[in-house]
Write a new protein. Sequence first.
Length: 348
Amino acid sequence: MRVPAVITAGEGRASKAICGQSKVYLEVGGRPLVAQVVSILQRVPEVSEIWVVGNAPRLEGVLDDPRLRGELRVPVTIVPQFRNLYENAWQTYRRLLPAAGPEGRDPTPEEAERPVLFLSADLPFATPQEISDFIRRGTALDCDYALGLVTEASMRPFYHAEDGIPGIEMAYFNLREGRFRQSNLHLVKPARLGHRHYVEELYEHRYQKQIGNIIAMAWRVFWRRGGGLRLLGYYAIIHAAAVADRRGWLRLADLLRRLIDIPRVEEALGRLLRTRFRFVVTEVGGCAVDIDNETDYQTAKLRYQEWRTQQEETAERLHGRLSLPEAASEASRPGVRVLPGQVREQLP
């Protein structure tokens, strides 16, 4: 199955500025992050088209690059951003439906069963194989929302080096099956999410090392929104295990994580979102490394070539080389188009 891909590159209230600007335009490896993600997706056989939602004039300036245009195998469409992440995702989905037009339309029941890949725009170490593997595994599941996880082992290359060279610190979910980090890959049937607007609140409180976000998530999402005592209990156990893990209390972390496993979390999140929810665990870790602060940005620039090479070698060892059609000639090569400014429809 080939699926459309939506890159969320908006600059709303929940987005994080780094070095005084939206992080999607920061350069790593000599290229803006959002342009890197567009380039990587061009080499994923399962991706049929790419939609980028954000600051349209600025995105057009970044993506209107001869080097990038020479790499295009599937068309790229820029959508002017809306008020928040939820609107950006939902309204872009409404516009990518066949013959939807610039103002978009709601899906038919048959179209509601087609998944869309959503991912962030700041993934300098993603590989086409990792994304391809995630899509294939996700579409094989009987679910409406597949969220990517990566193993702790796949994250070790990004740690601090023994000679003192900095790395990027990771936060993990401690579960019975092991330690996992959430990747930035989401394979979703948007119309099949009963509580899709909850995704915005989950995103706003995503920095779970901050005590304010921990409390806000527990209250606003898992309690007030009807998650119930069971989901709140799972959330408390996962956080307690994470705290123990970060402080080096490994025996306690191991005891706590045995109380919670992947199927329980899947069932609880599915109930919260009113959808069929599953995790997809992949073994190449680059999609789990995004740029969240200036320190991580400087580290990513410093170790870019080393980490890029390592991820490409691991991806090829695990999945081989991907089969792609011949590149189109310059005359028939797909291009980059920009949709007109948004129309603020009534959101469901």
